[in-house]
Ligand binder design. Structure first.
Ligand code: GLC
Length: 700
């Protein structure tokens, strides 16, 4: 390959056209491309792409260029392609790695049918500030959950590593690293974090994704301790490649190479290109800095040729692994056969039900068939809005609305519907109904990229509307659809039930109604704490104890004007029957080197309806070289229980489960006392003590 041809593999353009860009294709000026509507792609729809258009591009690249190297076509397939699943935060509410993997598998099956072979997902940012709009794309506030579900998404997109198959897409672990710590929740803002927190919370999901074989990584926009991630040698080259052993390509975020000028590290795209390549960014997304300057930088000796060679090698190897050299083309007939099939819809319906979190219920749920049901609120008849942010190929006409799902389910009843535009009309209808379901919450335009908010309260006017409805409704169910955790203090006593739904996708109406009617037991659990008020954030379950630990029942707290605990804790979500937890039993009171201890608890459905209980395992180290969190999630079991049924839920603990990483990233687990807790959420459960010892295992 000539130097120009090698550099071409490192240049990514947006939305190329086989005619307009014929000369560039013949000269192999770019090796990958992104099909996107622009820099804030998440909330701007575009025409998308089809196999025929991608095949035309491939034909131009393969048949007119000197070496015939095929293109790698990328798109943000974040939570579905034509079959849109709940936003990742909603999938996270299911705490179910299998369904996350299945959704990613279907997304890849549908997107590859349109010629897309690389997705910029999963997003692995641990998001502890819900003001940040990109919390919608995250797996929530917990590093273990993000690792567990992010790895499942990688396996789903990449078809378990069988990348050469036509239905596999290269996944992309993003945004490396720490983006969820953007100061003030302001997107793109600076991040300042120490190495211990970085290793134990924010790098952890990336380590898991690399271990799961993720094919690519995307470096983030922000600065970390003053250095833009696009130019961060220690974390990109030393840690990601050195420590984690990642060997695939690193792609910059959109125009992030060019943005080194705005960060103040480069005066122009020439020095920006040198900085980014030296740091370990292999592909320049849409800036054009590599294309314009790299051959000159190598020729002048400013940048070693070896850096270009190794970057080009990684890109070519990925194309080889994807089977693009054998067959770069896509069967144009596949899309019609795989898009939005009944099976895909059925999966989307199950996933949507998992995005429904029952926060409060005085018994009005599950609904029994009413004579008269009134469905109201801005999201009652909404379609495109249920798809959530980062939905590029979903279509409003495919969406099952909540109102339609109720009409279908309660065909024998009188179901009246309005969208709440005229609150006075809604009040009249509400008074006439046996039960009212009010569907309010966020429009997706309020979450996703570049959509941070200063207040976590429901959008303006909704609380007033709900309060008025509560006065006249016999029974009122409040359903809040959202792209982020919200502060629902003002809804604490409004209506007889409060349900949170993270934008649930194309089958959102069915998923919500399945849960509200009890056809599907509520299984959603909060993937992030819900604060009482915005002033509490960041507020996450795995806080460190401080030198003056909180006494939740105490009179002295951190705030003079509000509580210290969340309104609803991480992991919270009710079912339609109470579940009791009986004491944690350990197979041994001590854990020595190389040993494993089993921790179990008995859970019992003490009610009259089936439940799907999400049993969570938390540990706490009481002695270490650092101050460790008051609780760390290290395991989850999803346990179906019929009325009256009990189950012994068993987890295994070993030192790796109990370990942490020190400032140098070394894994450690000091001997000492631990608390082991098996719980329905981060604020409760049953506990016991375990001692980790350094003594060798006793005689067997
Ligand atoms: C955006 C996002 C990133 C996305 C990329 C391509 O700005 O930060 O998540 O994958 O650009 O659309």
């Amino acid at each position: 390959m000539t130097p120009e041809e090698k550099v071409g593999q490192l240049h990514q353009v947006a939305n190329p056209d086989p005619h307009r860009d014929a000369a560039a294709l013949a000269a192999a000026e770019f090796g990958t491309c992104i099909v996107a509507s622009g820099e804030h792609a998440g909330n701007v729809r575009d025409a998308g792409t089809q196999a025929a258009a991608v095949n035309a591009l491939q034909r131009a690249a393969v048949e007119t260029s000197r070496l015939g190297v095929p293109l790698l076509v990328a798109r943000d397939v974040i939570h579905g392609h034509r079959t849109v699943f709940p936003i990742p935060l909603g999938q996270a509410a299911g705490f179910d790695a299998q369904i996350v993997r299945d959704c990613a598998r279907v997304a890849a099956r549908e997107a590859t049918a349109d010629g897309i072979r690389w997705t910029f997902a999963p997003m692995l940012d641990v998001a502890q500030d819900p003001r940040w709009g990109r919390v919608a794309e995250s797996w929530g506030e917990d590093a273990w959950l993000a690792s567990h579900l992010g790895s499942a998404a990688v396996a789903g997109f990449q078809d378990g590593g069988r990348l050469a198959g036509p239905e596999a897409m290269a996944a992309c672990a993003k945004h490396y690293v720490g983006y969820g710590l953007a100061q003030g929740g302001r997107d793109y803002a600076e991040v300042d974090v120490g190495p211990v927190t970085l290793h134990n919370r924010h790098l952890r999901p990336f380590r898991a994704a690399v271990d799961a074989g993720v094919a690519t990584v995307m470096s983030a926009f922000h600065t970390l301790d003053g250095t833009p991630m696009t130019a961060h040698v220690p974390l990109l080259r030393d840690h990601l490649r050195g420590e984690l052993g990642f060997t695939g390509p690193v792609v910059s975020d959109w125009d992030a190479v060019g943005e080194l000028r705005q960060h103040g590290l480069a005066t122009g795209t020439r020095d920006a290109a040198a900085l980014a390549l030296r740091a370990g960014v292999d592909i320049d997304m849409v800036t054009g800095a590599y294309h314009e300057h790299l051959t000159g930088l190598v020729r002048s000796g400013t940048v070693p040729a070896a850096l270009v060679d190794e970057a080009a090698y990684r890109v070519l190897l990925l194309k080889l692994r994807l089977g693009l050299f054998e067959d770069p083309y896509t069967d144009p007939g596949r899309a019609a056969a795989v898009h939005l099939t009944p099976d895909h819809r059925a999966l989307a319906r199950r996933a949507a039900a998992g995005a429904v979190v029952l926060l409060r219920n005085d018994g009005v749920l599950p609904l029994t068939e009413p004579r008269r049901l009134h469905v109201t609120g801005a999201l009652a008849t909404a379609s495109a809005e249920l798809l959530g942010t980062w939905t590029l190929d979903g279509r409003a006409e495919d969406v099952v609305t909540i109102a339609d799902a109720f009409r279908e389910r309660y065909a024998g009843a009188v179901v009246t519907v309005d969208d709440g535009r005229f609150p006075d009309e809604s009040l009249v209808r509400a008074r006439e109904a046996d039960v009212v379901v009010a569907c309010v919450g966020e429009h997706p335009v309020r979450s996703g990229e570049a959509n941070s908010v200063t207040s976590l309260e429901p959008p303006p006017g909704q609380v007033e509307q709900l309060t008025a409805l509560a006065r006249v409704s016999r029974r009122l169910v409040v359903v809040v659809l959202t792209g982020r955790p919200l502060a629902l203090e003002r809804l604490a006593d409004v209506g007889e039930a409060l349900v949170l739904v993270f934008h649930p996708g194309v089958e959102g109406g069915h998923g919500v109604v399945d849960v509200l009617t009890g056809d599907v037991p509520p299984s959603g659990r909060l993937p992030a704490s819900l604060p009482w008020t915005t002033g509490q954030v960041p507020l996450h379950h795995d806080q460190r104890p401080t030198g003056r630990p909180l006494d939740p029942d105490g009179t002295v707290g951190r705030y003079r004007d509000h509580r210290d605990t969340p309104q609803y804790p991480f992991g919270h979500g009710l079912g339609y029957s109470p579940v009791s937890y009986e004491g944690v039993l350990l197979s041994a009171a001590e854990l020595g080197p190389g040993e494993t201890v089993r921790a179990s608890a008995r859970v019992t459905n003490t009610g009259s309806r089936p439940v799907l209980e999400t049993v969570q395992l938390y540990v706490r180290a009481h002695l270490a070289a650092i101050s460790r969190p008051v609780g760390e999630l290290v395991g989850v079991r999803r346990v179906p229980l019929a009325p009256g049924e009990s189950a012994e839920v068993v987890f295994e603990l070993d030192r790796r489960t109990l370990s942490y990483r020190d400032a140098a990233g070394r894994e450690r687990c000091e001997a000492g006392p631990f608390t082991v807790r098996i719980a329905p959420h981060a604020g409760g459960g049953v506990t016991t003590r375990l001692r980790v010892t350094d003594e060798a295992p006793g005689p067997t």
